[in-house]
Write a protein that binds this ligand. Structure first.
Ligand code: GDP
Length: 443
């Protein structure tokens, strides 16, 4: 999964710190050295890494971490905040024109995911009750127009196309009138890409820009290309004044460098992240959630939001409350499994749950559906009391559960261990994120 190795490395550094009652300056330096290496290995721009480490160190020393009762937590909290800052601090929303339509110009190299993302963005806007118009200005790539039309059909959004004999500038110009005539409040212009940045491409994009005066110029970059993505963003930005970046293919095993450097290097905020080939796999980018995810604190907010789309709102709220208070039983666990399965690819969902990526057991299961079935069988074989109070599950009860579920005692033990770990992580998470903020740290 994306960020996996960075995430694992950072969590290792912090679990060492967390175990310590006292953190000396040497400990801190050692930890920071490891964080630095982890970031460099994740392909984060080296200047960005240098600044980042300097800031974290300064804050940690300023807070006099050594005097805190939970020094490890304080350092994690600092890193979490700085990672969030690095990615832009707060969510950067899509601009809106004073007078509709809002014009969004999509740019990017070939293969970055521009056309696909245009469709996804239209879908996202539709969910917000908007009426987007897609505009086919990529007249060079064979089948690009057709691709956009197919996407449009799929989501029932109009596509403005004039074939490949009219100039992109002219197509863009006419599309605005079409949008006005048809009450489309957003216009998404899919432009041509090349394999590399070249002058002709930039010239054309600038011409389109001049004609449509977009409210947003979004650069679509492939997160898998790491530093290259950042360089591409830098060059586009110099010529086109981007207003934002869309990172695609975050579902692949990107090391994370692009996500962590692009804002710092170019000054352009990441506005959306795409995590799959499906039409509904585009999400607004939330720096704070991404940071928590990288640090293995889970991305409960995104998960809950996703859940809310498919689940009863009250149920979701109650689940959130339970997670935060760590008042979480096997019944909830089972319920959550069932809900979670409705939400999409399980490994992506698992990534969002706090502690899940640290749980070797879950990883090893490879989260195949058969295994999930066994987990369900185990939980179903518990009595009502056992589900509510897992501490009741002594050896003989576990044996009974194994027999009842047609599994083995090893599997039962493993599940109970995982459940306990998950609860612990949740407790930690909620105490760190609770109303009182990070514990300790201040004298
Ligand atoms: P364009 O040349 O920039 O318009 O790129 P396309 O939109 O045609 O996308 C190129 C390829 O990347 C297609 O096969 C897409 O399905 C794929 N793609 C785009 N976004 C994502 C994503 O977020 N995840 C994955 N896995 N594939 C993506």
């Amino acid at each position: 999964a994306a960020f996996e190795s960075l995430s694992n490395r950072l969590q290792n550094v912090f679990s060492k710190l967390r175990g310590k009652g006292k953190v000396t300056e040497d400990d801190l330096n050692e930890a920071m050295r490891e964080v630095r290496l982890a970031l460099l290995e994740a392909d984060v721009n080296f200047k960005v890494v240098k600044d980042f480490i300097a800031k974290v160190k300064e804050k940690a020393l300023g807070l006099d971490v050594s005097k805190s009762f939970t020094p490890g937590m304080v350092v994690i909290d600092i890193v979490n905040k700085e990672l969030t800052e690095l990615m832009g601090g707060t969510q950067s929303k899509l601009a809106k024109a004073n007078k509709p339509p809002t014009v969004i110009m999509m740019a990017g190299l070939q293969g970055a995911g521009k056309t696909t993302t245009s469709g996804k963005l239209a879908k996202l806007l539709q969910k917000g009750n908007h009426k987007p118009l897609l505009v086919a200005c990529d007249i060079y790539r064979p089948a690009a127009i057709k691709q956009l039309q197919v996407l449009g059909e799929q989501i029932n959004a109009p596509v403005f196309a004039l074939g490949d004999q009219t100039s992109p500038v002219e197509i863009a110009r006419q599309s605005l009138q079409f949008a006005k005539d048809n009450n489309n409040d957003y216009v998404i212009i899919d432009t041509a890409g090349r394999l590399h940045i070249d002058e002709a491409l930039m010239e054309e994009l600038k011409n389109i820009h001049q004609i449509v005066k977009p409210d947003e110029v979004l650069l679509v970059v492939d997160a898998m290309t790491g530093q290259d993505a950042v360089n591409v963003a830098q060059s586009f930005h110099e010529q086109l004044e981007l207003t934002g970046v869309v990172l695609t293919k975050l579902d692949g095993d990107t090391r994370g460098g692009a996500a962590l450097s692009v804002k710092a290097v170019t000054g352009c905020p990441i506005k959306f992240a795409a995590m799959g080939e499906k039409i509904d796999s585009l999400e607004p980018f939330h720096p704070e959630r991404m940071a928590s995810r990288i640090l293995g604190m889970g991305d409960m907010l995104s998960l809950i939001e996703k859940a809310q789309a498919g689940i009863d709102a009250d149920q979701a709220k109650e689940m959130e409350r339970k997670m935060r208070t760590a008042e979480f039983t096997f019944d909830d666990f089972l319920e959550q499994m069932a809900q979670v399965r409705k939400l999409g690819p399980l490994d992506q969902i698992m990534d969002m749950l706090p502690g899940m990526n640290k749980m070797k057991g879950v990883k090893d299961m490879k989260i195949d559906e058969k295994q999930i079935g066994r987990v369900e069988a185990i939980v179903r074989s518990m009595t009502k009391d056992e589900k509510q109070k897992p501490e009741l599950l002594n050896h003989s009860r576990r044996k009974r559960v194994a027999a009842g579920s047609g599994t083995t005692i090893v599997e039962v033990n493993r599940l109970i261990k995982q459940f306990d770990d998950m609860k612990k992580m949740m407790k930690q998470f909620s105490s760190m994120m609770g109303p009182k903020g990070p514990k300790g740290g201040k004298k």
